[in-house]
Design a protein around this ligand. Structure first.
Ligand code: NI
Length: 142
């Protein structure tokens, strides 16, 4: 993490809808306790950059959580998800399955390994039809 005190600062202006700004400030500050707009935008920019950086460096070691929501009634879907995890090349540390409702399942898969192997696993998940939601979070750089 960079230290703002030693960075050369620059000032820029942006144009956004008034309603978006007030909605952002109303929600963001109550959640994040940032000191001011500049601090909030710096935080979001760093979060975005660290979230994207791993995508451009295949050899970087990363930890990522992958959360999926799916309907386990869809024929073959559960088997395909299991097969994708078995074929993941050992990047999966653990997974947790939650039965959300009669048909919906949520699965949180914690991975650790080279970015390229984790990307390959995520691509395998993306290729499976029937997954309703797929979220990826980079939790830490190893
Ligand atoms: Ni379930």
């Amino acid at each position: 993490m960079q230290n703002d005190k030693h960075d050369k600062l620059t000032r820029f202006s942006i144009t956004i809808p008034e309603e978006l700004l007030s909605e952002f400030e109303e929600n963001y500050y109550s959640d994040h306790k940032r000191e001011n707009r500049s601090e909030a935008i710096r935080f979001l920019m760093r979060q975005y950059i660290s979230g994207e950086r791993w995508k451009s460096d295949d050899n970087k070691e990363v930890c990522a959580t992958v959360t999926i929501i799916y309907d386990h009634h869809l024929p073959g879907l559960s088997c395909k998800l299991t097969a994708a995890q078995h074929d993941s090349g050992g990047v999966i540390i653990c997974s947790t399955h939650v039965h959300l409702s009669h048909s919906s399942c949520l699965e949180c898969i914690i991975t650790k390994g080279l970015a390229r192997d984790i990307k390959k696993f995520i691509d395998a998940l993306k290729s499976i039809r029937g997954i309703k939601n797929l979220d990826i979070n980079i939790t830490a750089e190893v």
